[in-house]
Design a protein around this ligand. Structure first.
Ligand code: NAP
Length: 242
């Protein structure tokens, strides 16, 4: 059986992606770092809509935790493999660069870039061996495309993730594995709840923040059979804000 793993699936965009993939008939592994109650809630929502889901806890930026959790899952699922990977876990630690503490630089890069590397490298061999149309979707950001003041760390991490997406797409294409990135603008989640939405939405041509379900629909499409010939692409979803 082919499973999906959504990192940071407990809240926000990841949660909407878990629900979407489940609606597409895919059993979902909901990864989270610390908020087990939120992850459990997503699982219950999926079960209530007739889907299949389980929780898998690890910090994407901690290689030992990633390997231990995925080793255990594979040992318990000898006939199954993870064919859909959504690298969604991410954090923001905004500050102007001249005041940015080392920790805020390293933690943002660690979660986004090392997280992508540890989880994806661990799952790639099986995905490529099976040649059954593996799908990797990386959650980038408008910040990684245009650069955002106050987010040098976050912009660097997301721009790096976009470069990695394009390079890995070329490595994996011959094995029928597609690798794409999604670049959301402002989306209503916990990550943006401290931002002045009334002010910022005026910058968006559509005059509103996006909804997690709108991003999830795009991720769902990139994971579908219909998207089999799309790879190495970065798809913006931002209400016209560039
Ligand atoms: P969110 O509401 O803050 O949720 C973050 C999720 O990531 C949570 O499920 C959290 O788990 C998980 N997480 C954080 N660090 C982790 C780690 N080290 N290991 C495993 N899981 C971890 O964020 P969001 O707005 O949904 O953002 C999701 C992704 O979209 C991020 O990559 C973000 O950069 C990107 N993005 C968001 C926006 C936006 O406007 N919201 C725009 C562009 C891009 P716990 O629940 O356990 O804490």
């Amino acid at each position: 059986m082919k499973y999906a793993l959504v990192t940071g699936g407990s809240r926000g965009l990841g949660r909407a992606v878990c629900l979407k993939l489940s609606q597409m008939g895919i059993p979902v592994l909901i990864n989270y770092q610390s908020n087990e109650a939120a992850a459990q809630e997503v699982k219950e929502m999926i079960l209530a809509q007739g889907g299949e889901a389980s929780l898998i806890r690890f910090d994407v930026g901690n290689q030992d935790e990633v390997n231990a959790a995925l080793d255990q899952w594979e040992a318990e699922h000898q006939e199954d493999y993870i064919a859909y990977l959504v690298n969604n876990a991410g954090i923001r630690r905004d500050n102007v660069m001249f005041m940015m503490p080392d920790q805020d630089w390293h933690s943002v890069l660690n979660t986004t870039l090392n997280g992508f590397f540890y989880v994806t490298r661990r799952l790639l061999p099986k995905m490529m061996m099976r040649r059954h149309g593996g799908r990797i979707v990386n959650m980038a950001s408008l910040s990684g495309l245009k650069g955002m003041a106050g987010q040098v760390n976050y912009s660097a991490a997301k721009a790096g993730l976009i470069g990695a997406t394009k390079a890995l797409a070329q490595e994996a294409a011959a094995r029928n594995v597609t690798v794409n990135a999604v670049a959301p603008g402002f989306i209503e989640t916990d990550m943006t709840k401290d931002l002045p939405q009334d002010e910022l939405k005026n910058l968006v041509p559509m005059k509103r923040f996006g909804k997690p379900e709108e991003v999830a629909a795009l991720v769902g499409f990139l994971c579908s059979d219909e998207a089999a010939y799309i790879t190495g692409e970065v798809v913006s979803i931002n209400g016209g804000l560039y």
